[in-house]
Write a protein that binds this ligand. Structure first.
Ligand SMILES: Cc1ncc(COP(=O)(O)O)c(C=O)c1O
Length: 385
């Protein structure tokens, strides 16, 4: 039986959970969201409580387009935006509308493990595309696409997280983006660009999205989950108008109206009040200092032959263990020592490679991060002794 809980994450007494890739609850802008909710609820047209427009609230789409225009080189037009119930629901909807069971899709490896779960729900045939510390390898993608073409198979999608990837923290370089975009055009491949961490950069903004490089071949997905609060369940996808129209005209919207409609109105009001930029800036400062503190603690505490790269944004550090160590096998010892993480196997479509562990540094306060690194270091040193 599933235990009744109020939130998805749970903190076990005595265990420092480096597991959860969630925002810090203390950083939720609760007072500002209350103000925005009041504004949304007291508008004379009562729009926030009606069945929603199928594409999502027009006010939110207008605010989002204006916000992206201020922060990115190419802003979408309103007919290129569909409001989803978080990025996850957008992904699921695209699978519902554009795939059938058994269709091949390509996923970067490693990649966001819960996107793999969504794809598995749709019984898609997942093929991993190899990557390295700079993300997906275009040559590996080219080989796979040629191989599939020889078999007469056409992948429905390539899914990847090009910025501050979950789990690796890696960011795809501009030259690799250009190569991937060129391959998408050559092979008529549709890319699902999961861009959930783009605006949470700590050193410098990432390179332009793939959607700028091959607009007809990219559906770019974003979310307010990390920028505001995941409980709102408000995300978006940016795509060609016919794809947006297909999403908006599906049966689910026709029957129920736009997804997360009330929360979408609250987010629109929050943006209308001009609160988003300052909030994102605050998140960047808080998470940047946690990243720095946590990476310094890892450098002090982990055995010297552990390897990781400092993420330039996002939520995660991806640690490679010394040769022969298995992060899945080590987890019970780590939890017995009061620290937890997600083993690397979870992030591979073929469940390969347990040589890594994913550590999240955003949910917990600084002192717990430091203590978590200390406990992890002690476990790893015992295991290597
Ligand atoms: C790469 C990636 N995509 C999507 C999500 C989930 O997004 P949402 O909360 O908008 O469904 C997450 C959350 O951890 C994530 O890391």
């Amino acid at each position: 039986m599933i235990p009744l809980r109020d939130t998805q994450h749970y903190l076990r007494p005595g265990i420092i959970e480096l597991t959860w890739g969630h925002p810090d609850l203390a950083l939720f802008p609760t007072a500002e969201l209350a103000h925005a909710a009041t504004l949304a609820l007291t508008r004379t047209d009562r729009a926030a409580l009606c069945y929603g427009a199928d594409q999502g609230p027009g006010s939110l789409i207008a605010q989002l387009c204006a916000w992206l225009a201020r922060h990115e080189a190419h802003a979408p037009q309103p007919d290129q935006v569909f409001i989803a119930g978080g990025l996850s629901q957008g992904l699921d909807l695209l699978c519902t509308l554009y795939t059938s069971a058994g269709d091949p899709i390509l996923v970067d490896a490693p990649t966001y493990h819960l996107a793999l779960r969504v794809f598995r729900d749709h019984r898609l045939d997942l093929t991993p595309v190899a990557g390295d510390e700079e993300g997906l390898l275009p040559d590996a993608l080219a080989d796979l696409l040629s191989g599939l073409r020889r078999q007469g198979r056409v992948p429905r999608f390539l899914y990847l997280v090009p910025n501050f990837c979950n789990p690796t923290g890696a960011t795809l370089s501009l030259s690799r983006r250009q190569a991937v975009a060129a391959l998408a055009q050559e092979f008529d491949l549709m890319i699902l660009e999961d861009d959930v961490y783009r605006h949470l950069w700590y050193d410098a903004p990432p390179p332009p999205p793939l959607s700028d490089l091959a607009p007809a071949h990219v559906i770019r997905l974003g979310s307010f989950s990390k920028l505001l609060a995941p409980g709102l369940r408000v995300g978006w996808l940016i795509a060609a108008p016919e794809i947006v129209e297909r999403c908006a005209r599906c049966g689910l919207m026709d029957s129920g109206g736009g997804i997360s409609h009330f929360a979408g109105h609250v987010v629109a009001a929050f943006m209308e009040l001009g609160l988003l930029d300052a909030h994102v800036e605050k998140l960047r400062a808080a998470y940047r200092s946690r990243r720095d503190l946590f990476c310094a603690a890892l450098a002090r505490e982990l055995p010297p032959d552990c390897r990781w790269q400092t993420p330039a944004g996002g939520f995660f550090v991806w640690v490679r263990l010394p040769h022969g160590m298995d992060s899945a096998a080590l987890l019970p010892d780590a939890e017995a020592a009061g620290v937890s993480y997600v083993p690397g196997t979870r992030f591979y479509a073929d469940r390969q490679s347990s040589s890594h562990m994913r550590l999240a540094f955003t949910l917990l306060p600084p002192e717990e991060l430091v203590e978590g690194a200390r406990r992890l270091g002690a476990v790893l040193k015992t295991a290597t002794a």
